[in-house]
Design a binder for this molecule. Structure first.
Ligand code: DC
Length: 236
């Protein structure tokens, strides 16, 4: 399955495994993974590097947002994020960036800055885009929309394992509380809150293995393709 203009969206709450799932789906279908969270993280990193205090982000002029030099470069099944022409990687996942990104994601000018970045790459290559508003705001006409969920405890457990931290009951509770607060921020913010797209395929992954959840999406995408990629509504 290749071709520019083809879009599969995967939205869902923090820790639902969207990014790793989206990358695996992209590899299987020979598409490119667009990790929209990385873009919010990259803008966050750019402002932290520029030394602009967080309290001032909300008030920044549009020109400042436009001047931030953020680009995406496709390679294999994913995009590299470039800030000032230089690739950024693990810095995007630092605790400082993770803590400040939700604030940035609630700023209308920041979201506006990223709309074209996301839509324009999808004109060049077929994408599997993951985030919070992919199917609702950025790609409302996507060929397939998926909404991934999992229980809070399971999401906490997976996040700890992913970060090589011990997943004992106390730590799971602590992590679950952190994730719950992030969900709340994402779901209650005024602009582009996390919402299930009305026409999405919903997959609860609590009881699924990683391969099973990837296969469900790949199967749904292939079914859509055999329907001519025009169908909307549930195919789950
Ligand atoms: O998925 P993530 O943790 O990398 O996302 C980083 C932040 O960006 C998080 O606060 C959610 C937000 N985000 C968003 O508001 N919209 C998206 N499409 C993707 C991420």
């Amino acid at each position: 399955m290749t071709g520019s203009g083809l879009v599969i969206t995967i939205d869902g709450p923090a820790g639902s495994g969207k990014s790793s799932t989206a990358l695996a789906v992209a590899r299987k279908l020979r598409l490119t993974h667009l990790d929209s969270g990385a873009l919010y993280r990259a803008l966050t990193l750019a402002l932290l590097r520029a030394g602009i205090p967080e309290e001032e982000w909300e008030e920044l002029d549009r020109e400042i947002w436009e001047e931030l030099d953020l680009r995406l470069e496709p390679e294999d099944s994913a995009f590299h994020v470039l800030l000032d022409g230089v690739r950024v990687g693990p810095e995007l996942r630092s605790p400082e960036v993770t803590a400040a990104a939700p604030r940035l994601a609630g700023i209308p000018e920041a979201r506006r800055r990223l709309i074209d970045v996301q839509r324009s790459v999808a004109e060049e290559v077929g994408v599997v885009a993951d985030g919070r508003d992919m199917g609702t705001v950025i790609f409302p006409d996507a060929n397939l929309k998926v909404f991934l969920t999992a229980s809070l405890r399971e999401r906490a457990r997976r996040r700890l394992l992913q970060e090589d931290r011990p997943a004992d009951p106390d730590r799971i509770e602590e992590e679950a509380e952190r994730i719950r607060l992030r969900d709340e921020t994402d779901e209650t913010r005024e602009i582009s809150p996390l919402r299930r797209p009305a026409d999405s395929v919903d997959i609860d992954t609590t009881q699924l293995t990683f391969d099973e959840q990837v296969d469900r999406i790949v199967d749904a995408a292939r079914r859509r393709a055999s329907e001519g990629l025009t169908g909307r509504g549930r195919v789950g």
